[in-house]
Design a protein around this ligand. Structure first.
Ligand SMILES: NC(=O)c1ccc[n+]([C@@H]2O[C@H](COP(=O)([O-])OP(=O)(O)OC[C@H]3O[C@@H](n4cnc5c(N)ncnc54)[C@H](O)[C@@H]3O)[C@@H](O)[C@H]2O)c1
Length: 376
């Protein structure tokens, strides 16, 4: 169905992914115009064997499984067929009236954010595919805001030195940001509290900035843990020592289930040159920069502090293709050829949020600290 959030241009089904469902014998329906924002025409869906239906309610009528990108609004929940399955983002770590309403409507809902990060589920991992898009797009938006060239240029009008970019947090989004900034010709350095990423950073041609942190910044699952106050101070000193030289900073640092760590203070922004830019990908979980305002660009001492809130939607064609492919792999895993699910299956159990009229996922509705514990 067509997404209704104002800044959402992605769609949960793309023609290439539709072919995957068709191979399994699924009948598919898409709301007319649902792909327009992502540059998919209704005819592209028809060619892939998808029925195109005018209007949301006729599209949903009798559906067994509904695919979406954004969590449903209350109005959308009440339009879902009773007893259907819903697969989309659900923000499952924040208690919501919509999740309770899904249970009341007897909808079996699956949160794509909860797909476990295990090798078997890699092709279902929307967090990774959408973080790849965000990391790429963050550099393009930042480069656009910076008042200097990124590459080195030798011209009759003079020689331009390459810009310096720093990436804070080298997970999926950060590594893509490093690769993109390098392709644009910037000199790139990166910092992460997980020492395991040093080699990956270096293999992309960037310098890894090392803080002397004690063991234990990483959990058994490879995720970052919150640092002690002393360790946090040490990383702030390291960042402060380098940031004043930077033209572009991309920050991506997150701790699952907790507010994002503050890595760039107001004083650090004031130490940067006018015309530089910071793109804060953690804006929706509180921001890595003290001055970030989610969804806005704030100028402070001539530095643009950008807090984009839904970057994957700004590259909607490929973000949708990747999301839809992840979803097809996930849905084809959830349901067998007779449309049955196995609630005991590891991936099914980890992602199912509501079933049989109840909220069944212990992580859904947990407090942030509790959710972080459960992520470990
Ligand atoms: N299927 C899989 O096996 C799979 C898929 C994707 C990611 N992963 C793993 O999950 C982990 C995290 O991936 P992600 O991109 O979703 O991470 P994320 O979005 O949760 O965090 C982004 C990065 O910020 C870093 N960070 C957190 N606090 C920081 C701080 N105070 N200072 C600096 N950096 C900080 C994290 O270490 C991480 O690299 C990685 O180990 C990745 O390899 C596994």
């Amino acid at each position: 169905m067509t997404e209704t959030r104002a800044d959402e241009r992605r769609v949960a089904l793309a023609p290439a992914a539709a072919r995957e469902y068709k191979k399994r014998g699924w009948e598919l329906r898409v709301q007319a115009g649902a792909g327009t924002g992502a540059s998919f025409a209704d005819d592209d869906f028809r060619e892939a064997g998808v029925e195109v239906v005018a209007g949301r309610d006729p599209t949903l009528e009798g559906a067994n499984v509904v695919l979406k990108v954004q969590p449903p609004s209350m109005e959308e929940v009440s339009a879902l067929p009773r007893g259907c399955a819903l697969v989309c983002h659900l923000n499952p770590l924040s208690p919501s009236a919509e999740i309770a309403a899904l249970a009341e409507r007897n909808v079996t809902s699956y949160a794509v954010e909860l797909v476990p990060r295990i090798t078997r589920a890699q092709k279902m991992d929307v967090l990774s595919s959408q973080a790849t898009v965000a990391g790429y797009k963050a550099v393009l938006q930042g480069a656009d805001a910076v008042t200097r060239f990124l590459p080195m240029l030798t011209t009759a009008a003079g020689t331009v030195r390459p810009a310096k970019a720093m990436i804070l947090g080298a997970g999926v989004a950060g590594l893509q940001a490093i690769a993109t900034a390098r392709r644009l010709g910037a000199v790139v350095s990166a910092f992460d509290i997980r020492p395991a990423v040093k080699e990956q950073v270096q293999s992309l041609g960037a310098k890894f900035l090392e803080a002397e942190l004690d063991e234990g910044a990483e959990d058994e699952g490879g995720y970052a843990k919150a640092l002690s106050e002393e360790q946090h101070q040490r990383e702030l000193e390291l960042i402060a020592a380098h940031i004043r030289e930077m033209d572009l900073v991309i920050s991506t640092a997150q701790i699952p289930g907790r507010p994002a760590p503050v890595l760039v203070t107001k004083e650090m922004v004031e130490s940067m040159r006018a015309g530089s830019a910071i793109v804060d990908l953690a804006s929706e979980s509180g921001g890595n920069c003290e001055l970030t305002s989610a969804g806005e660009t704030v100028f402070h001492h001539g530095v643009a502090v950008m807090g984009p809130s839904n970057l994957p939607a700004e590259l909607p064609f490929h973000a949708s293709e990747m999301y839809a492919r992840n979803l097809a792999a996930f849905v084809c895993h959830l349901f067998d050829d007779e449309g049955r699910t196995n609630p005991e299956d590891e991936i099914t159990a980890a992602t199912c949020v509501t079933r049989d009229g109840e909220v069944v996922n212990e992580r859904a509705g947990a407090t942030p600290a509790g959710a972080a514990e459960q992520q470990r």
